[in-house]
Design a protein around this ligand. Structure first.
Ligand SMILES: Cc1cc2nc3c(=O)[nH]c(=O)nc-3n(C[C@H](O)[C@H](O)[C@H](O)COP(=O)(O)O)c2cc1C
Length: 159
């Protein structure tokens, strides 16, 4: 089983959004070829309307170009991207999303896919930023087995 097959097998019931693309970074890529139901709920779209698309469909007026540039540079360098973006659902509502995107490499080191773990966050009010998410906190917290496994992989951590 490849890493990708393991992720897809576990992702279906996960509460965190999971999306897998190919490696074509320049527009019209990257192309999504897998998204789990939690990702569909996050972006407010049917999975059939997501697969085959490029993640740029979530961009809008308040999506920060500077963060997108950092994102693209990380993808181009084959590095992890961890950051926060303002995105838009199909109905136009905006949300703040935390994204942890990583390259999936074959045994020979070649990048075969990108996988992103995504969750909605809100700006923390009043309390000091002591957690890993700093200024933001997730809108929901879960402890399903994949979330626990992802924590072990430092997903959403500032590493
Ligand atoms: C696996 C993966 C998931 C992504 N998810 C998002 C996302 O949820 N929201 C978003 O705005 N961009 C997302 N992107 C980034 C865009 O697809 C694109 O790479 C980014 O906009 C930078 O490229 P550009 O400057 O050419 O637009 C994702 C990219 C990858 C590879």
């Amino acid at each position: 089983m490849t890493v990708l097959e393991v992720i897809c097998a576990l992702a279906h019931d996960a509460t965190v959004g999971i999306v897998v693309t190919d490696t074509l970074i320049e527009a019209p890529g990257p192309t999504i070829f897998y998204a789990n139901p939690a990702f569909g709920r996050l972006v407010g779209r049917d999975l059939n309307d997501i697969v085959g698309q490029c993640p740029r469909f979530m961009h809008g007026k308040e999506t920060r170009q500077e963060t997108l540039d950092t994102f693209r540079r990380a993808l181009t360098a084959g590095e992890r991207f961890h950051g926060f973006l303002t995105n838009y659902r199909a109905d136009g509502t905006k949300y703040r999303v935390e994204i942890d995107c990583r390259p999936l490499r074959a045994a020979d080191g070649r990048i075969e896919n990108f996988v992103a773990f995504e969750r909605e966050v809100v700006r923390r009010i009043g309390r000091p930023a002591t957690s890993a998410t700093g200024r933001y906190e997730p809108t929901s917290v879960s402890n399903d087995s994949l979330t626990v496994a992802l924590r072990a992989l430092a997903v959403f951590e500032h590493v």
